[in-house]
Design a protein around this ligand. Structure first.
Ligand SMILES: [Mn+2]
Length: 387
């Protein structure tokens, strides 16, 4: 893995390639996005190396001028902010993935690359480009995502390959895609060459489904099937124990935010839709709001990101699962309209239970299986009708 990463980063720097394929995860850069992007890029590289007819060209090839295609994973987070993604940093460290071999969004100028190179974009763990990357849409050749399909801004080419299925983790779909493409090729097994990728995928599916928790209710039979498949490669001595320990350590790493201040917490896992700023926390919003200068940090983040409303979403997995949230804006009318839409939303019903709070609209979320994904439809409704 290190050889592949090292090779790719160097070739990219020297611009000594023919085609460039970038595998891009979503802007929250959570573990699912980061690992989906990293593993799929590694697979595409492996597949390309296996497919090219080495035997017939090697003799004729002048290695000093020879150019190849490269496949790069791009993490949609600034390099300096990786430590905020505590579970990503932890998991990379455990798998000896050093950040000097990884590519972060502030490392490259994509606008420039698009003009100068033949470029393909693969989207993993999202299928709606963030505003800053909207110019990439003509270059998207493949999509792998586990969100409900949103065709509102669908502007991709007709022949884009899309694997969109609602499962607990995008890594489930990445595993499936790798299995399917490998079977077609019939040239050895990717996971034999890159066992570390099997371990990464296994970890993420378990974290995203919280070890198939009934309460969290994210797991599908497809997720379970892929975890079992990956276990045939990893061969843990006790599968159930191994799953439990893995999830425990990742959940701990994710909620290990004691060292982060309010402003950093707002950057840990963020999504922006229209002018709605939606950070989600591995702690309750109630706890976040007790941090020094919590509200000031929100209003600063809003003006920095040119947003007018913040929807904070909190979760506590340390005991029984709990979720809460808050709407914060200078515009009281917006808070009122937005909160009404969320409270009345029926598909699914978020079961919000508002509580007294003098500074914001604060609520407990009693539907425990609804995560940020389920808020996107009511947010669009709010943006379309109330802005
Ligand atoms: Mn995901």
């Amino acid at each position: 893995m290190e050889d592949y990463l090292n090779y790719t980063v160097n070739v990219l720097k020297s611009r000594n390639y023919v085609n460039l394929t970038i595998v891009l995860g979503n802007e929250s850069c959570d573990l699912d996005s980061a690992v989906s992007s990293l593993v799929y890029a590694t697979f595409l590289h492996w597949q390309h190396q296996k497919m090219k007819c080495k035997v017939c060209t090697r003799n004729k090839r002048d290695e000093s001028t020879y150019k190849d295609d490269i496949f790069v994973s791009l993490l949609d987070v600034d390099r300096q902010d990786l430590p905020l993604k505590t579970e990503v940093a932890f998991c990379f460290k455990e798998h000896s993935l050093r950040d000097n071999f990884l590519l972060f969004r502030d490392d490259i100028d994509l606008k420039n690359l698009v003009e100068d190179s033949k470029i393909n974009i693969v989207l993993v763990d999202h299928h709606v480009l963030s505003k800053k990357y909207e110019f990439l849409s003509p270059y998207v050749t493949e999509i792998i995502d586990h969100r409900p399909i949103d065709k509102n801004n669908w502007s991709y080419k007709d022949d884009v390959r899309s694997t969109i299925e609602i499962v607990g983790s995008c890594c489930t779909l990445v595993t499936q895609r790798i299995q399917d493409l490998s079977a077609l090729m019939n040239r050895g097994d990717f996971f034999d060459d890159y066992e570390v990728c099997a371990d990464l995928l296994h970890s993420v599916i378990l974290l995203d489904t919280v070890n198939f928790s009934k309460e969290v209710n994210k797991a599908t039979p497809h997720d379970k099937d892929k975890v079992q498949f990956l276990e045939t490669i990893l061969k843990p001595s006790d599968c159930m124990e191994e799953r439990k320990i893995k999830v425990q350590r990742l959940v701990e790493a994710r909620s290990d935010v004691a060292l982060l201040n309010a402003a950093q917490l707002l950057r840990k896992d963020v999504k922006i839709v229209g002018d709605v700023f939606i950070p989600s926390f591995p702690i309750l919003v109630e706890v976040y709001l007790r941090k020094p200068e919590a509200l000031k940090a929100v209003s600063e983040a809003l003006s920095q990101r040119k947003c007018t409303v913040a929807l904070l979403l909190g979760m506590d997995l340390t005991g029984d699962l709990r979720r809460d949230g808050a709407i914060i804006s200078d515009d009281a009318e917006k808070v009122e309209k937005f909160s009404k839409i969320l409270q009345e939303w029926k598909s699914p019903c978020l079961q919000l239970s508002p509580e007294e709070n003098s500074e914001c609209f604060f609520f407990k979320q009693l539907n425990l299986s609804a995560s940020r994904k389920q808020y996107i439809a009511p947010i669009n409704e709010f943006l379309n009708n109330c802005n």
